[in-house]
Write a protein that binds this ligand. Sequence first.
Ligand code: GUN
Ligand code: FE
Length: 425
Amino acid sequence: MKIYKGNIIFAEVFGEYEIIPNGYIAVENEFIYGIYEDFPSDLDGYELIDFGDKIIIPSFCDIHLHAPQFVNRGLGMDKELLDWLEFYTFPEESKYEDLIYAKKAYKKFVKELWREGTLNAVVFGTIHRDATIELMDIMDEFGINGYVGKVNMDRNSPDFYIEDTESSIKTTLDFIEQSIDKYNRVKPIITPRFVPSCTRELMTELGEIADKYDLKIQSHLSENRSEVEWVKELHPESSSYYDVYKKYNLIRNNKTVMAHCCWNTDEEIKSMAEDKVFVAHSPYSNTNLSSGIAPIRKFLNNGVPVGLASDISGGHDISIRSVISISAQVSKMRWVYLNSDEESLNSAELFYLATKGGGAFFEKTGRFKEGYYFDALVLDDSNLLDINPRTLEERLERYFYIGDDRNIYKRFSSGKELKEIEADC
Ligand code: GUN
Ligand code: FE
């Protein structure tokens, strides 16, 4: 048992901060044993680590990003989705057939997750099985947890980056068999890229595989208006884009995450709430690729679970701290320009989405609660303090807006402190 002392802040109720100034967290092996306002005298004698005036928060959760696109950040940002995929993304992803390239790039990617305090993530790999396993090995080695998918795509894709249906299915089954029991907190996830790049046959098989192995599913939904039109043309038999995924059993209750969701209809939103589909809100990407502003307040009001996402490299910034502030900003613009009755999102609400909200997609993380993994960040914001006294709430808000990775003093994953990763490039 170890006891950590500091200013503890976490989110239990949407829109409220739980703040325990000079509080204590007891950690037994990888799990939280208890949270206390006063020193728990029954734990006297255990090692006490005093972080003084520093702030202890749950580590961040990113519920949608693409590992192979990390090296493409900040490129193609003047394009919209479909051109960006064709000219920038598919050519880069095709390189991951080369394992040496993959290993180098993935180590850099994992190091940046570490740097920014994202210790749980839902990640797209590429169509390549071996490179995706390599990515999982690296995440596991360095204490970054989450779900990783081998991407499936067997139509409307370039010759140099496409699978035939049969090999897509076979490679996916191999990928699952090789990874499902290999790691403690890194697990495979079924990953049809998006409807336009998967045939009906492939989607049917992937739905069956997800059921058979009881796997989670990740994909993209209603990101861009041309994409939504294209899906309508490809699937006139379906009543909506969301309905296509439903038809092929790719919506598993509480186990599917859909990225973007800028253009869903009210009817789709209702079904998504019933199905407990997670929306991965990625405002950097939605802004960069001129996709739109997702109606997050509406999703939340309707009971759809939401988490935050960097969507590297549609999004250029991997930091969820930074996604918190851009989420607030775009929600204000949505409110102003649509003259909407959907109120903008505030910092406390977004802190919730960045931790407990997105964390609900994983096992036991994102919260400071007995029995949960101790996945946490210790923040040193002393360089952000000025001549005025600030409350803990103000200090956290300032970290969201004007802080950076240098404010993360320590990172804990499964109760263990994570040391800096030496990436050799
Ligand atoms: N839709 C299909 N593939 C992608 C991708 O790689 N990034 C984003 N943002 N949208 C997609
Ligand atoms: Fe994406």
